[in-house]
Write a protein that binds this ligand. Structure first.
Ligand SMILES: [Zn+2]
Length: 292
């Protein structure tokens, strides 16, 4: 384990915020702490060092690495994911019809594959060797780490779909983005929103806490501050409604009648609050950024 400072203001002054269990460890043998920096940012501290984090991803229950199965839910979720890909592409089209894309933390390459079919040159980086093997089978150019990308390779679009909150070395990440994003390129960042309405109902069982894999917990306000501190200015921002039922399903616990009924009420409440207040209360937020 290692301690870390706030990635926004650099301070090591913080107060205790919450204690969390690993949702994938049924015995709950290890507890993790969230702290709140004096600037308000919430993050995991102490956290597993980068050299020891991989064991926390190796659970067969880890959702993004689950292999495809045929339950009704999986099929339904696959359909929702397909709609999400269409929506992501539509948000990017006003900036570039085609170009070169780097998807950081791109997993098995679903987004890259979709973009390649629409004329994009696609590359992906991920730490999971299993995910990289699956991505390579789709014909996607893959990098095992960001520092293996040749200096002369430049991208029009760099995406971090639910990846930023997993990354230890934020300095190295942004030096890669600085070196490889074209001058007029765009950076897309999507993260869970700590101000999501369903969090207050599930509290420490809120699935996007996902300790110790999620190291940082942004709100739209803190994400804007963070990106500004790294030299990026949001051009557009929007909320991801499809993450609301997904988060609730992962947070609800055993699927008893009582929990399902409660989840239904929380879903209605969360969607209502999102429709009323917009991106600031969405389950996940997406920022499309340009260089400041
Ligand atoms: Zn801070």
């Amino acid at each position: 384990m290692e301690t870390s400072n706030c990635i926004i203001c650099g301070s090591d002054e913080h107060t205790h915020f919450a204690d969390l269990q690993d949702r994938l460890d049924p015995k709950g043998q290890q507890s993790f702490s969230l702290v709140r920096c004096k600037c308000g940012f919430i993050y995991l501290n102490p956290r597993p060092a980068e050299s020891e984090i991989s064991k926390y991803y190796n659970s067969p229950g880890y959702d993004p690495h689950k292999s495809a199965s045929k339950t009704l839910f999986d099929r339904l979720y696959g359909w929702v994911q397909r709609l999400a890909l269409i929506a992501k592409h539509r948000r990017i089209s006003p900036y570039f019809e085609t170009g070169a894309l780097l998807d950081i933390g791109g997993g098995q390459g679903e987004f890259c594959e979709y973009m390649a079919k629409r004329g994009w040159q696609v590359s992906l980086q991920d730490n999971s060797l299993t995910a990289l093997a699956a991505a390579r089978k789709k014909g996607i150019n893959c990098f095992t780490s960001l520092d293996t990308i040749d200096d002369d390779i430049k991208f029009d679009l760099i995406t971090l779909w639910h990846a930023l909150e997993h990354i230890h070395d934020i300095g190295a990440l942004f030096s890669c983005i600085r070196d490889h994003l074209k001058k007029n390129g765009i950076l897309v960042v999507a993260v869970p929103n700590h101000d999501a309405p369903e969090r207050k109902w599930y509290q420490d069982k809120w699935a996007p806490y996902d300790a110790p894999r999620h190291l940082y917990h942004f709100t739209p306000e803190s994400l804007r501050r963070f990106l500004g501190s790294r030299g990026y200015k949001p051009d557009k921002q929007y909320g991801l409604l499809q993450d609301t039922p997904y988060n609730i399903l992962l947070s609800m616990g055993p699927k008893s009648l009582k929990n399902i009924f409660r989840a239904g009420l929380i879903l209605v409440n969360s969607v209502y609050i999102f429709l009323l207040y917009g991106v600031n209360r969405a389950s996940s937020v997406v920022f499309i950024c340009k260089k400041d």
